[in-house]
Write a protein that binds this ligand. Sequence first.
Ligand code: NAP
Length: 332
Amino acid sequence: MSQLVLTGIGDYAQNVRLEQQPELTVGPDDVLLQMEAAPINPVDNLFSNGWYAVQPQVPSFIGSEGVGRVRTIGAAVDPTLAGRRVVILGSYEQGAWADQVVVPARNVVAVPEGIDATQLSMLTINPITAHLMLTRYVDLKPGDWIAQTLGNSAVARSVITLARIAGVRTLSVVRSEKAAEEARAAGGDLVLVDGDDLAERTASALAGQRLRLVLDGAGGSTAGALATGLEPGGTVVSYSSATGEPPVLPLGSLVYGELSLRGLWVVNWFHTAPRAEIEKVVADLVDLVAGGELVVPVDSTYPLHRYAEAFARNASPERTGKVLFTFDTTGA
Ligand SMILES: NC(=O)c1ccc[n+]([C@@H]2O[C@H](COP(=O)([O-])OP(=O)(O)OC[C@H]3O[C@@H](n4cnc5c(N)ncnc54)[C@H](OP(=O)(O)O)[C@@H]3O)[C@@H](O)[C@H]2O)c1
């Protein structure tokens, strides 16, 4: 089997090499997958740099999530999983940038045939994060407004889709006009480009209505500007920081508005949610993918051995969607 191996801590583009591994050992609670597709996600950069909650022990596997087919099952695994197509829950206990991967069976969920592999491969991290942010913190009702940073990201696109299905309206903040076009094309109700007067423009765009929830993946002051539009007692959920800064909320909004700041890491949910709940959430999201409602744009796909080109494209400002590895499954 072929696997990208992280050989040092730092940018993965400088620290992975393609290795041919001998036959993999499948433990009693494991499954061996023949991979179909695996995306490049921002978390892979956090992981390779040692900035993620899961630390790499080099030489290490790498690659956060994906879709594949069960080729071998361990002695203690439910036999009905044999031969099934499955998605990997992106908990970083296994590396998806490989043509074959051994995964604990609890980290896979069976999915149907006949659905685009690239979309399925991106299901468990970003869409589930969007689902959790829209359901765990505030009891959102049709007509409510929420706001989010990173408005053109894959997470934000899933938020826009799931919010629209629930009748909830979205204000998405981006950092360029190009990104604003992307967020509008994804169905965002209001889209604003970040800037010094974001709080004033947010108030003006909402025309007297208050936000019920702010979702922040950017860090720094952007979520703080949005927080000025929150209802009293409103909630900010921090799920990442593209700037590297913690979210900064205006003291007056935080104190007089009695705001709550919450954190979310989807991996905690993978580890603690009842299995039936995980399977239901995955099944509901798969239905949306199958129906063409939940779509993440694919910029490009590469075979594993062209990883250097894939990484360069992923880092390019020209990129317009996700870059993924896809695997030849014809002979598998
Ligand atoms: N907490 C969790 O459990 C969890 C789960 C899922 C994802 N995440 C995190 O969510 C974030 C988004 O993931 P994704 O897969 O949706 O990413 P993505 O589709 O690759 O999009 C990246 C986004 O980050 C923006 N960005 C990049 N550098 C930035 C900077 N310096 N300042 C402000 N914005 C910047 C990009 O804006 P441009 O297009 O303008 O460059 C784009 O909106 C990542 O940080 C990821 O690790 C966290």
